[in-house]
Each structure stands twice: as C-alpha cells, then as structure tokens.
Design a protein around this ligand. Structure first.
Ligand code: NI
Length: 174
C-alpha cells in the first residue's frame, strides 16, 4: 500500500464509524506501515485508517518535534477509559480538512487502553499534545471531525468553501 491519498471533506467516507480489528495479520501490518508512510509524507502528527478510506479502528501518531527523535505510536481499537477535568487548548488542523485551524479545548490527560502492533493489550496516560492528538484521531474512528466543534452556520460556510476549492482544483488527466 505505502503512501496513500488522504480523503478530504466533504467526502462522506469520513463520517463512517470504523470497525474494531479482530486480528493483526499481514494486511493489518501493511495498513499500519501505510498509515505511518502517509502521515510522515504529509507532515502530519496523526492519521486514522478511515482517512485513507479504510474503516478500521487503527490510528498512528507522532507528536515529537522535528529536531527530536521520532516517537511513533500505533493505537489499535483505542478506548479512552478516563478523561481529566483539567483541560488544554490547541489550534488543531486535520489532514482531511485543508488550510483550516480550529481552537479546541479538550481534557489535558486521558487514560487510554489499546492493542499494539504485536497484539498486546496496553495502557497509557497521555498528556498535552499527545492527549489532544489521540482524542482527535479516535474521533475520526467515530466519524467525527474538528469542524463539528463549530456552530452549525460556521460549519456550513466552511464545508461550502472547501467543496468549491476541491472542485476547482481537480486536475484533468487525459
Ligand atoms: Ni484529522
């Protein structure tokens, strides 16, 4: 698979609820590699399988700074067990929503249960950017997008704008 096209708004695929993974076989391993390749290629810090058109509950993340060592995470069937009351605010973008940044307040800490690439059940406490990014990606698995944090009107205007842009930038292949 390797580097894949990323689906963008208003594609209805992004609204699909992803299915849990039952077994990590060759195809799942290929998918994980593809997700990492696509995420790093697009300079993103997180990517969910649904964003490349595969409705499975797998997300990859790497919130490390450019100058630091990579710090990849792959969460399979992630489940948030607990949210902190304390919150943090980030301006979030999304590889599926070009040129859009939305300030979002989310729980600062989350306690996450997931399965790793080797099929092992794991727990992790996520803080700050990792917490925000994990929540963002897990929402992709449930068909939710950051534009859902906007008012109905703002959301409609934005979707219209993005749809126009998408149509006008289509390339003709002859
Ligand atoms: Ni996103």
């Amino acid at each position: 698979m390797s580097i894949q096209n990323i689906i963008t708004v208003p594609d209805e695929m992004l609204r699909k609820v992803s299915e849990p993974i039952e077994k990590i076989g060759v195809n799942e391993k290929k998918l994980i590699k593809s997700l990492y390749d696509t995420m790093y290629n697009s300079k993103g810090i997180g990517l969910a399988a649904i964003q490349i058109g595969i409705p499975k509950r797998i997300v990859v993340l790497d919130v490390s700074k450019k100058e630091d060592k990579p710090s990849p995470y792959c969460f399979i069937n992630p489940e948030i067990k607990k949210f902190s009351k304390e919150t943090s605010v980030y301006e979030e973008g999304c590889l599926s929503i070009p040129e859009t940044f939305i300030e979002i307040e989310r729980p600062r800490y989350i306690w996450l249960e997931y399965i790793d690439q080797n099929g092992k059940k794991k727990n992790i406490k996520c803080d700050g950017l990792l917490s925000t990014c994990a929540q963002h990606e897990i929402q992709h698995c449930d068909g939710k997008l950051i534009i859902d944090f906007l008012s109905k009107l703002k959301k409609e205007i934005l979707i219209k704008k993005l749809s126009k842009k998408k149509n006008s930038s289509q390339k003709l292949i002859v």
